[in-house]
Design a protein around this ligand. Structure first.
Ligand SMILES: [Zn+2]
Length: 279
């Protein structure tokens, strides 16, 4: 039994395309596959995805984001040239000096006061930056991080569900939330369609959802190949492009409110989209 659990933890669980359900059994693994992690491009909808993502239970601790993310960052730093490291320091200072906080800008534009849910809230970093007029709620699969987030939201009347989003979203009332955030989440979710459908249930009519994900279609991925910062094994299980992101948002019943060229500019590693639940 222990051996079986270990094998699942190391090899993941097979899935068909999480966007269109195509099996893609005859499709060759992508050159971006690594170790035991098999990446494929769907023959039908072109979504690039990890075919054997870790089980949710393994994300609670074994592959918890705060652990694997730290490991990957340290590995990448070791491989970086001195020049690249210098550029990274400059970028960080530039961000602090001139870049505005895009997430908070979008929140101000689209979110009315009221309860807001942050799906994949991590340690509560985004929720701690929300204005007091919002009551923050969260869902987080990592046990360690959800505990930290709970400390942040409890004094504001919110709560954090510790577990996977498919279970967590069912614990909230229908039409309860006035807005939702998925920042750096949808690339981690092995059942993205099902989660979006569940979010639609708990949002009020006309409520907005802000999404931020890495853009697999960006220039940096094409130039850097395997070294692109958006590759995370096995954390990132879906690699979205503007086309596949639009498709999943529409297929699940949302309307796209904002997705202009500046929201998915080809030189940026990330893209932003604002959707809403139709009236
Ligand atoms: Zn597909």
């Amino acid at each position: 039994m222990a051996q079986q659990a270990e094998s699942i933890a190391s090899n993941g669980i097979y899935r068909s395309c999480p966007l269109c359900d195509n099996e893609n059994a005859d499709i060759k693994p992508s050159i971006y596959s690594r170790d035991q992690w098999i990446i494929k491009m769907c023959a039908r909808c072109r979504l690039v995805y990890l075919e054997n993502p870790p089980a949710y239970e393994d994300l609670e601790e074994t592959y918890a984001w705060e652990k694997t993310s730290h490991q990957v960052t340290e590995e990448k730093k070791k491989k970086e040239s001195a020049l690249r490291q210098g550029v990274r320091v400059i970028e960080r200072y530039k961000d602090r000096l001139i870049r505005r906080d895009k997430l908070i800008d979008l929140v101000k534009l689209y979110f009315p006061a009221g309860p807001v849910i942050d799906i994949g809230c991590g340690g509560g970093e985004v929720m701690s930056r929300l204005d007091q007029k919002y009551t923050p709620f969260g869902v987080e699969v990592s046990k360690h991080l959800s505990g930290k987030a709970q400390q942040i939201v409890k004094s504001r009347g919110g709560r954090v569900f510790c577990g996977n989003a498919l279970l967590g979203l069912d614990t909230f009332e229908k039409d309860f939330f006035s807005a939702a955030i998925m920042s750096a989440y949808l690339e981690h979710e092995s059942a993205p369609r099902e989660v979006l459908q569940k979010i639609l249930r708990i949002l009020r009519s006309g409520a907005h959802l802000i999404i931020k994900v890495p853009n697999y279609g960006c220039l940096n991925r094409i130039v850097m190949g395997q070294k692109w910062c958006g590759f995370r094994y096995p954390d990132h299980v879906n690699y979205w492009t503007p086309e596949t992101l639009i498709k999943i948002i529409r297929d699940t019943g949302f309307e796209i409110v904002r997705f202009n060229i500046w929201d998915h500019f080809p030189t940026s590693d990330n893209m932003w989209l604002v959707a809403c639940k139709p009236d």
